[in-house]
Design a protein around this ligand. Structure first.
Ligand code: COA
Length: 285
């Protein structure tokens, strides 16, 4: 993906590969958890490039600072950031308190922070299960709940990032699968409970996106990547920028009648089969 300017993507004139107009989120206040790396960093960049004010929070100050510098370099815009652990209620409270002081309200929350690793359930420790469920499911609950008073002021949008094993089985990533399934259900519940406050709550479901974290923790081997690519009917392995377009859409006025939905952006991969079943079976003989 080019680093700046106007480009033609599939016949459409775009800014930085985006089909959306530059000022789509002008002045909007956007909070992205895990926004310093991987997809979260791509979402941060995309919102900045469409006029939003962006606040990111995650556990590592160094990565947050680096992300802030990188985003400034790429977009010419400054972000706000704070260290936050989605597993700690007080930490989430502090971060949201900071947003309240700085902005007074929020328009968009992207629950993107996640943790995952391959491990068959029979080998998974209590603590390993708890770590992932606490980050993914409890973290989404905590952040959404704490942001609610700020979201309801002007209405807004929440996007929860899930995975395409949330509605089937999640072999060898069972902790993540159970947690993402919980997030999917929570997405629909919140859509109903908060609709009267004009807060839309949706989930975005990527397929295979090769961020540095995914390469390192889940899909290190090139041959695995090739095999996964063969099972994606359209578009191949997706880029972070493509996933950012889905999130922008869900938060845009074009989606203002969409709530409690899941946007599956996996090139049809989940219709073909379970991503991890045969790979995991070979690995954990
Ligand atoms: N296999 C089996 N168990 C694992 C594991 C692995 N690959 N990685 C972590 N665990 C277990 C640990 O052993 C520990 O359990 P124990 O105390 O019974 O030994 C438990 O999970 C917590 O791990 P720890 O590293 O102490 O927790 P943490 O809070 O620092 O981090 C994660 C938890 C999930 C965030 C961490 O595994 C991680 O950093 N993963 C990679 C980052 C990531 O997932 N990015 C998203 C990619 S989609």
């Amino acid at each position: 993906m080019p680093e700046g300017g106007l480009y033609v993507v599939k016949g459409v004139l775009c800014m930085n590969g985006s089909v959306f107009k530059e000022e789509l989120f002008k002045g909007k206040k956007v909070f992205i958890t895990g926004g310093a790396t991987g997809m979260g960093l791509g979402f941060s960049r995309a919102f900045l490039e469409h006029g939003a004010n962006v606040f990111i929070a995650s556990r590592n100050a160094e990565r947050l600072e680096l992300a802030s510098e990188k985003l400034k370099e790429l977009t010419g815009k400054s972000i706000l950031w704070k260290v936050m652990d989605v597993r700690e209620e007080s930490s989430v409270e502090e971060a949201v308190g900071f947003i309240e002081q700085e902005w007074g309200s929020i328009d968009v929350v992207v629950n993107n922070a996640a943790g995952n690793f391959f491990c068959p359930i029979e080998n998974l420790s209590e603590n390993g299960w708890r770590a992932v469920v606490d980050i993914v499911l409890d973290g989404t609950f905590r952040v959404s709940k704490k942001c609610f008073p700020l979201l309801k002021q002007n209405g807004g949008s929440i996007v929860n990032i899930i995975a395409n094993y949330a509605w089937s089985a999640a072999p060898y990533v069972g902790h993540s699968g159970a947690a993402k399934a919980g997030v999917l259900n929570l997405t629909r519940t919140l859509a109903l409970e908060w609709g009267r406050h004009n807060i839309r709550v949706n989930a975005m479901c990527p397929g295979v996106v090769l961020t540095e974290g995914v390469k390192k923790n889940l899909l290190g081997d090139e041959s695995i990547i090739e095999r996964l690519e063969n099972d994606i009917p359209i578009g191949g392995i997706a880029s972070v920028e493509q996933m950012a377009q889905q999130v922008l859409y869900l938060c845009s006025p074009a989606a203002d009648v969409i709530t409690g939905e899941v946007l599956v952006a996996d090139g049809g991969q989940s219709l073909v089969g379970n991503m991890f079943y045969s790979l995991g079976k070979e690995f954990y003989k």
